[in-house]
Ligand binder design. Sequence first.
Ligand SMILES: [Zn+2]
Length: 464
Amino acid sequence: MPVEQLVRRNRGRYQDLRSILDLSFDQFIATAEDPEHRAGAEKIWRAIDAAGDIYKKHYEGLYCVGCEQFYDEAELDDGRCPEHGTVPDRVEEQNYFFRLSRYAEQLDELIASDRYRVIPESRKNEVLSFIRQGLRDFSISRSQERAKGWGIRVPDDPSQVMYVWFDALANYITALGYADDAEKYRHYWFENPHRTHAIGKGVIRFHAIFWPAMLLSAGVPLPETLFVHGYITIGGSKVSKSVGNVIDPLELVEQYGAEAVRYYLLRAVSATGDHNFTYEGFEARYTADLANDLGNLLNRTVSMIHRYREGVIPAPDDSSPLENGLRDVAEHVPGKLTAALDRYDPQAGLSAVWELVIAANKYVEEAAPWKLAAETKKGDDAADIRLSSVLHALAEAVRIIGALLEPFIPATSEKIFDQLGVPSDGTNWATRYRWGGLVIAGTEVRKANPIFPRLESPRDAASA
Ligand SMILES: [Zn+2]
């Protein structure tokens, strides 16, 4: 297949994920064909060249095309690429080199002192030990021939194409308009102290070593933080076509819905370690957390407001102290969630949200609105006032849960708001997470289908 055709096909697959996974992002660029990127990649090359960090040299080495990376014999597993399990090509040619060795000490200092913060700590140590083994200059171009005409030409030498990582890394600034020092570049990069990259562990060397060294050379500010996530494994191995253990995420979405897949990836998967995927584990989470804990809670809340208050959220009796426990949890969760996200730990963030989900379910059992309704029928007015307070408290807890879930599972959040009659736009951010922050008494609730229907034929965990 011609390179261009292959690239177009794969690009389309990534682009399609936007709607499939209900993602939102500001920009999607195809670096090889983006004129702004091309101009930016040339600019950074020239800046690095002007700093005296580019020279030409004859080179011979082992190259993995899958990684687009040279390997030393010692880094291979039985002569094979540790990432791809394939035998690398022996490559010999005249290339341009980047003087990485010049930046070893500076990089060590920046990373060790957390001025360039690598998260988690284990990855930081991995990078430091790699730097301390000594950094060698690396090849940053290919012959036009070996690149098969694909890629960005080296400025002033059309016989050579830039090494794919050398131009690709630059996308972080070229996409912002680094080439002509655009306002966006100044705002989001040059003058912004919070520059964060999120990457998979397989490309850590490029982001923790090559990229900051390139920036130091070009006189461009470095990122502040590099967050490194792990891999999802299946049967303990990296998901790979050649191993044959692929689970197609698109099929997963088709079967369980994008919200369930998003929830699973953010809740069950540790942000920094590897995670072994099983269908049984996935379904267990789906059933316990989504169908039972969250789905039931919403369903019960809306149903009881219908049954006992004709579908209108009642006003609470302010003198009742019984809601304080639930309110207390609701008031602590937003802080915990924020702290977790500040640590790049969505798993802990969702666990915090579930503290409120669990507390609200427990509260239903303890407050037992059905008993209050029965006592009301017998003429107990105090029970009737209590019932209003309980239903109001439940609606308020569920509303806050909906708001807290928005960054993780936005479509679910919207459904929760819809059922509770909370307007999804024009929400006051200052009061969004606050108990009693949004007056919802008098609002009409809407009954709807379960947000996470039960699985019709769940897989048996025991047979896994
Ligand atoms: Zn490889």
